[in-house]
Design a binder for this molecule. Structure first.
Ligand code: TRP
Length: 456
C-alpha cells in the first residue's frame, strides 16, 4: 500500500483547510445573505453561530479524521461502531451533490473572468442584465464552463495531497488575500462608500426574526464546510501533533474575516452608486458589473482591471473549495475500492459532470427540469444546505458525544496541545467542547429541523 499524504506544515494545514472553507460561500453567498437579512444584525448572529456551533463542529470532524487517518467512511466506522460508517457515506454523497451545482456557479465565474478580459462587460444596466440572461439561457456555454471547472478540479485532486491540494492552496490562498485587500481599498475609497460600511457594521435590531437565525446557521455550516466529512477527510492528512482546537479557531476566524472583507468589497461600491444591497444571488453577475463601470466610470481602464481581479478572485476561491469536495469521494474510492488515485478521481468527476450539466440546464435552457417545483439546481442547494449538512453535523455530534469512549475522544482532543496553557485550562476547554458537542449542537440543529417542518 502506498503511503498516505500528510500536509507538510502547520501553515499548509491552515491554508488548505481555510481554502476549503473560503469559497463562493464567502464572496457570493455571504454578501447577498447579509444584504437580504438586515446587514450588521445578520453578521452578529452569524458570528454567534460560528462560535457556538461552528468551532465545536469543526473540532469534532477533526477529532474523527485525525484519529483514523483514513477516508471519511472508514474514519467514522473506526471511531464509533462499524455501522456509523453511514455518516461517512452520507458525507460523500452530500459533497458530490454540492460539487455538482457549485461547479455551475463557479463556471459562470470563469465565463465572467474571460468576458472581463475581453472587455465584454461594458454597457448600460439593461445590457448587463441581457448579457446574463442570454448567457444563462444558452444550452451549451454554461454547461461547458461548469464541466471545465470540474475538470480543473479533477486535475488538481488527481495529483494527490501534497503535489495537488497543498500546492494549489499555498499558491491560491495568498493570491486571494492580496486581490481581496486591493478590491476592498478600491471600494472603500469611492465617494459615499461610508454608507456601505455603516450598513455592515451598524446593527438594526428591528430586522431580527426566526428566519434570520436559520439563514445565519445554514450560512455558517456551508461556509465552514461543515457536515459532509470534508473537514474529517482533510484532518486525516494532519500531523499527529496538530493542535485541533487552535487550528479550528484560526480557520473559523480566517473564514469569517474573509467574509467580512468580501462585504467591505461589495457594499461600499454598491452603495456608492446607489444600488440596493438586497438584490440576491444575481448580485455578483448583474449588479456588480454595473457597479464597476459606474464607480470607476471616470477612468474606465481602472474599472476594466477591477472587474478582472474580482472574477479571478471568485475563481480562485471556488477552486480551493471544489478541490476539497472532490477529495472526500476520491479518497474513499481510492482507499476502499483500491482504485488508483486517478481512477478514483474519475468516478467522482464523472458523477459531478453529469450533475453539473443537468443543474446548469435546469436554470437555463430546459426549465422543465424541476423537482418539488424548484429548478433542479435550486433543489440540490436546498436539499444539501437545509437538510443534509445539518443532518451530517447532528449525527456527528451524537456519535462523538454519546457513543464513543470519552477517554478516546479526550486523548485525541488533547493530543498536540503543546502551547503553554496549563493542563487545567486544556481540560476546561475539553469540557466546554464536550458539553457543546453533547447538548448545544444537537439541540440547536433539532430546533431548526422542527422549525423547518413547521412544528415550532
Ligand atoms: N465552504 C465552501 C464555501 O464557503 C464550500 C464548501 C467546500 C463546502 N466544501 C464543502 C460546503 C463541504 C459544504 C460542505 O464556499
Amino acid at each position: 500500500m502506498e503511503q498516505r499524504g500528510v500536509f507538510g506544515s502547520r501553515l499548509a494545514i491552515v491554508l488548505a483547510t481555510a481554502g476549503s472553507a473560503v469559497g463562493l460561500g464567502n464572496v457570493w453567498r455571504f454578501p447577498f445573505m447579509t444584504g437580504q437579512n438586515g446587514g450588521a444584525v445578520f453578521i452578529l448572529i452569524y458570528f454567534a453561530c460560528v462560535l457556538l456551533l461552528g468551532i465545536p463542529g469543526m473540532v469534532s470532524e477533526f477529532v474523527i479524521g485525525r484519529h483514523a487517518q483514513s477516508n471519511a467512511a472508514r474514519a467514522y466506522g473506526s471511531m464509533g461502531h462499524r455501522s456509523w460508517r453511514f455518516i461517512g457515506y452520507l458525507g460523500i454523497l452530500t459533497s458530490t451533490i454540492i460539487l455538482g451545482f457549485y461547479a455551475v456557479v463557479a463556471g459562470w465565474c470563469l465565463q465572467y473572468l474571460f468576458a472581463s478580459v475581453a472587455g465584454q462587460l461594458t454597457g448600460d444596466a439593461a445590457y448587463v442584465i441581457r448579457y446574463f440572461q442570454t448567457f444563462s439561457a444558452d444550452p451549451i456555454k454554461p454547461c461547458l464552463w461548469g464541466v471545465a471547472f470540474v475538470l480543473i478540479t479533477h486535475l488538481v485532486v488527481s495529483k494527490g495531497v501534497n503535489d495537488g491540494i497543498e500546492r494549489a492552496s499555498k499558491l491560491l490562498m495568498p493570491l486571494l488575500l492580496i486581490l481581496l485587500v486591493v478590491l476592498v481599498v478600491a471600494s472603500c475609497m469611492l465617494p459615499g462608500a461610508y454608507r456601505g460600511v455603516e450598513f455592515l457594521l451598524k446593527p438594526d435590531f428591528s430586522k431580527v426574526s426566526g428566519n434570520v437565525f436559520l439563514e445565519a446557521l445554514g450560512q455558517a455550516f456551508f461556509s465552514l464546510s461543515l457536515g459532509t466529512a470534508c473537514l474529517c477527510t482533510y484532518a486525516s492528512y494532519f500531523k499527529r501533533d496538530t493542535d485541533l482546537l487552535r487550528s479550528a479557531t484560526q480557520i473559523a476566524l480566517l473564514d469569517s474575516g474573509i467574509a467580512i472583507l468580501a462585504g467591505l468589497m461589495i457594499f461600499p461600491a454598491a452603495f456608492s452608486v446607489g444600488v440596493q444591497p438586497d438584490s440576491g444571488p444575481s448580485l455578483i453577475f448583474i449588479t456588480l458589473p454595473n457597479v464597476f463601470q459606474e464607480a470607476f466610470g471616470a477612468v474606465p481602464v481602472v474599472g476594466y482591471f477591477i472587474s478582472i481581479l474580482f472574477y479571478a478572485l471568485l475563481v480562485f476561491a471556488a477552486l480551493t473549495s471544489t478541490i476539497s469536495m472532490h477529495e472526500i469521494g476520491t479518497a474513499f474510492f481510492h482507499e476502499e475500492l483500491h482504485l488508483s488515485r486517478r481512477r478514483a478521481a474519475w468516478v467522482i468527476t464523472g458523477a459531478c459532470v453529469l450533475l453539473a450539466v443537468i443543474c446548469s440546464l435546469s436554470v437555463g435552457a430546459y426549465d422543465g427540469l424541476r423537482l418539488f417545483d424548484m429548478p433542479l439546481m435550486d433543489f440540490c442547494d436546498f436539499l444539501t444546505a437545509q437538510f443534509m449538512l445539518p443532518a451530517g453535523a447532528f449525527l456527528t455530534s451524537i456519535m462523538l458525544g454519546w457513543f464513543v469512549s470519552r477517554r478516546l475522544v479526550q486523548e485525541e482532543f488533547l493530543m498536540g496541545q503543546t502551547h503553554d496553557t496549563s493542563r487545567m485550562v486544556k481540560r476546561a476547554f475539553f469540557h466546554i467542547w464536550l458539553f457543546s458537542v453533547r447538548f448545544v449542537v444537537p439541540i440547536c440543529i433539532l430546533l431548526i429541523f422542527l422549525h423547518q417542518f413547521g412544528v415550532i
